[in-house]
Design a binder for this molecule. Structure first.
Ligand SMILES: [Zn+2]
Ligand SMILES: [Zn+2]
Length: 258
């Protein structure tokens, strides 16, 4: 919409934040208000070099009441600056993707924004959510990366009218100046929604559910999704891309569940 049309609409219907319904004012990241934007708990180092799991200290947890997270096992990260740190699950059984980074914790205003985006039919939220990914994660993306959104189950995309991962990927690709290849990954069959399943069931549910194009051979692929939960879906996509010859597979998500 043109600037004058937005201004005219603002006069009639003052713009409201889709998360907290406050009128949009200073610091806004349309359509999020400044308070919600600032309230996003961004993931910053130190985190697992493989999966991006943030390492919290006891002080962090006390500061953040309500965001309980894993505590660094050594409690002494300061002493190992420079050496890559891995969380214990990655040290024991690393995921099928080479690296993962999420912009923020799936909590508070970010969880609300992602839920409104997906279930409240607010595709306009792709803009600030992609901006958040660029702000927090651009440095992790390899120079010649090709972005590939994780495909949504066909029936869910039909219900929703859009694939949220594709909307975010499109904007992140534009921000990075990287190519976007939506057709490099496809679903081979329908899968049950992952929400009600535990980690083992999630892996079984998506096993063999994706196929990748051989066009991915030799590429540094970066998968894009909205939320990282157990990583089962992204892991399965990474396996398919590897089978098609991808040189590396990373994962960018807006948010991460702890
Ligand atoms: Zn708000
Ligand atoms: Zn890890």
């Amino acid at each position: 919409m043109r600037g004058w049309a937005v201004a005219a609409l603002d006069l009639v219907f003052p713009a409201r934040c889709p998360v907290c319904a406050a009128a949009l004012g200073a610091g806004r990241r349309d359509p999020l208000c400044g308070v919600c934007w600032d309230g996003v708990v961004r993931i910053a180092p130190p985190f697992c070099a493989r999966c991006g799991l943030p390492f919290f200290t006891f002080a962090d947890i006390e500061d953040r009441h309500g965001f309980p997270g894993p505590v660094c096992a050594s409690g002494d990260l300061g002493g190992h600056v420079g050496a890559p740190q891995f969380c214990s699950p990655c040290a024991v059984a690393p995921p099928a993707f080479d690296w993962a980074r999420a912009a923020g914790l799936y909590a508070g205003p970010l969880r609300d924004a992602v839920q409104r985006f997906k279930f409240g039919r607010r595709p306009a939220l792709a803009r600030p959510l992609a901006a958040l990914v660029l702000e927090q994660c651009a440095a992790a993306v390899p120079a010649r990366a090709v972005l590939v959104p994780i495909p949504l189950a066909r029936e869910r995309e039909r219900e929703r009218g859009f694939n949220q991962a594709a909307l975010v990927a499109e904007r992140v690709a534009r921000g990075l100046g990287a190519p976007l290849r939506e057709r490099w990954l496809a679903r081979t069959r329908a899968t049950a929604p992952q929400t009600e399943l535990d980690a083992v069931e999630r892996r079984a549910n998506v096993r063999g559910a994706f196929v990748a194009s051989t066009a991915a051979a030799g590429a540094d692929v970066v998968l894009v999704d909205d939320v990282l939960t157990t990583g089962a879906t992204a892991g399965e996509c990474a396996r398919a891309l590897r089978a098609a010859g991808a040189a590396s597979v990373g994962l960018l998500t807006v948010a991460r569940v702890l």
